[in-house]
Write a protein that binds this ligand. Structure first.
Ligand code: ADP
Length: 484
């Protein structure tokens, strides 16, 4: 129904009730004035005042109440009651009663109107924030009650009586256990119930809802839970979209750093290939001898296999880095990830005349994460460190790579003896597009931080201008196995 139709209907019902009240008042007046019946008209006026307080707006109600007082006074005058002392006393009493009732009804009407306005505001706020109310008891797994907005979130018709079965019917099958856990927590009388789960609508749409409820004793002393149910679909969808665009951006920067690494990569593959060729030729020579030396030939073949394996490992690393794969979270040996990144960076560090000081002290430490993403972080930190040392000529260019396990976390330190970072720009370092390089993109550290935070960790930096910079990150340790 449209708002105009609803207004018309309200106006009609108001007008009808007003006419009915006028008719009732006139009847009482006629009954009292022309029929000589011993009834107490004041009682009718009081009923009329109460009725109109419930039905009309304040001005109409006041008009009705004043009309009643006027009619009561008119009938007193018409009947010439002022001639009889007893009738005067009776009239004054009735007048006081009617006036008092009118004032009381007016007060209660104002309170009711305020309550209605508050309710309307509350319902409006629920609608705007997509948050409904919901209530359930701890001992009854079926009875629930909820507000209009909750009905809208579950997409049920407004006139249905809510039940827990209706909630279950809309819950995503994979999240049914979460909904059951709510009733279990209520049965345990827990102080705060907080869950988030998905809804599966009849047309296949998925919604995300968050519910938070607290226990409350009702009038019968029975414990019931009252809470709020919020539709958080929009924010979950934007989080997912943000995550996907970050993954795409991470891929772009990976490919960009691959360009920077081209020389390093070429060297890493060329070296084993040259060794393969040399070993292949000497193998041929050992076999072509008048008396073939099979032992030497076998050794040459072993070297061929070893070097081919190394080359294919480097290629596998590069392919993994350049592939736009979905993020995977697997148990990985942390030191192996660092080692693989160093393999790719070996030539780059040599090119910058940087002396690596590597200490892998997190032996057997497992982390749960995406190998490629973590490699991207380490490679980015190493590239930055090497670039920061390009203009250092007065001291050794040292790149310190240390891993360790500290308080259930795996920590990596990448420290250089480069230019250092001025204190005032330290806070902006992880901001997207912050760069001090003329050809820099300024996305490297920002992506590093997203990746580390995605892994439940943190990344931080300390630096002294003219001495060097230390970047550290820590991610949760999932297992420590020394049998490796
Ligand atoms: P980009 O390398 O494209 O500038 P980053 O986000 O990787 O983007 O780095 C942002 C800025 O942080 C760099 O421009 C540089 O000023 C500073 N920075 C990062 N690492 C170091 C470091 N090891 N030493 C000195 N400055 C650094």
């Amino acid at each position: 129904m449209s708002i105009t139709q609803r207004c018309k209907q309200l106006f009609l019902s108001d007008a009808l009730a007003f006419l009915a009240a006028i008719a009732a008042g006139s009847m009482i007046f006629i009954t009292n004035s022309y029929l000589d019946l011993d009834i107490a008209p004041t009682l009718f006026y009081i009923t009329l005042v109460f009725m109109s307080a419930n039905i009309f707006s304040v001005p109409v109600f006041l008009t009705v109440a004043l009309s009643c007082i006027a009619m009561l006074s008119a009938s007193f005058v018409v009947e010439e009651g002022y001639r009889d002392h007893r009738l005067i006393v009776g009239f004054v009493r009735c007048l006081i009663a009617l006036t008092t009732i009118t004032l009381l009804a007016l007060r209660s009407k104002r309170a009711t109107d305020t309550l209605r306005r508050k309710e309307a505001l509350f319902l409006g706020a629920q609608k705007l924030s997509h948050t409904g109310s919901i209530g359930f008891t701890f001992d009854d797994k079926e009875t629930v009650w909820w507000s209009d907005e909750t009905t809208r979130i579950f997409e049920y018709p407004m006139d249905v009586t809510p039940t827990a079965t209706m909630i279950r019917a809309r819950t995503h099958p994979e999240d049914l256990s979460i909904v059951e856990s709510v009733f279990e927590q209520a049965a345990r009388k827990e102080n705060l119930i907080e869950v988030e789960h998905r809804l599966l609508m009849p047309d296949g749409r998925i919604k995300h809802v968050q519910m938070i409820a607290n226990p409350l004793s009702n009038q019968g002393g029975r414990l019931e839970y009252v809470g709020a149910l919020m539709d958080v679909t929009a924010s979950r969808q934007s989080e997912e979209a943000l995550f996907h665009s970050q993954a795409k951006l991470a891929h772009v920067t990976r490919v960009t750093s691959m360009g920077e690494l081209a020389a390093s990569i070429a060297h890493e593959i060329n070296q084993p290939l040259a060794a393969v060729i040399t070993s292949g030729e000497s193998c041929k020579r050992w076999i072509n001898r008048p008396e073939p030396n099979l032992e030497e030939a076998r050794r040459s073949l072993d070297r061929i296999i070893q070097n081919s394996t190394r080359a294919s490992k480097v290629i596998a690393c590069i392919r993994a880095l350049s592939r736009q794969s979905d993020v995977q979270r697997k148990a990985e040996v942390f030191d192996e990830i660092v080692n693989d990144s160093l393999t790719l960076m070996q030539h780059d560090t040599a090119n910058h005349q940087v002396r690596p000081n590597v200490h892998l002290g997190a032996a057997g430490a497992y982390v749960k994460g995406d190998r490629v993403q973590l490699q991207q972080v380490i490679i980015n930190l190493i590239i930055n460190a090497c670039q920061a040392m390009t203009n250092v000529h007065d001291r050794a260019r040292t790149l310190r790579i240390h891993t360790s396990v500290q308080d259930h976390e795996v920590v990596l330190e990448v420290a250089d003896t480069g230019t250092g970072i001025a204190e005032d720009i330290l806070p902006s370092l992880f901001d997207p597009f912050f760069t001090t390089k003329h050809n820099g993109l300024g996305m490297g550290l920002s992506i590093c931080r997203s990746i580390i935070e995605f892994h439940g960790g943190r990344i931080w930096v300390s630096s002294t201008v003219g001495v060097g910079t230390q970047f550290l990150f820590a991610i949760p340790l999932t297992a420590l196995r020394h049998d490796q």
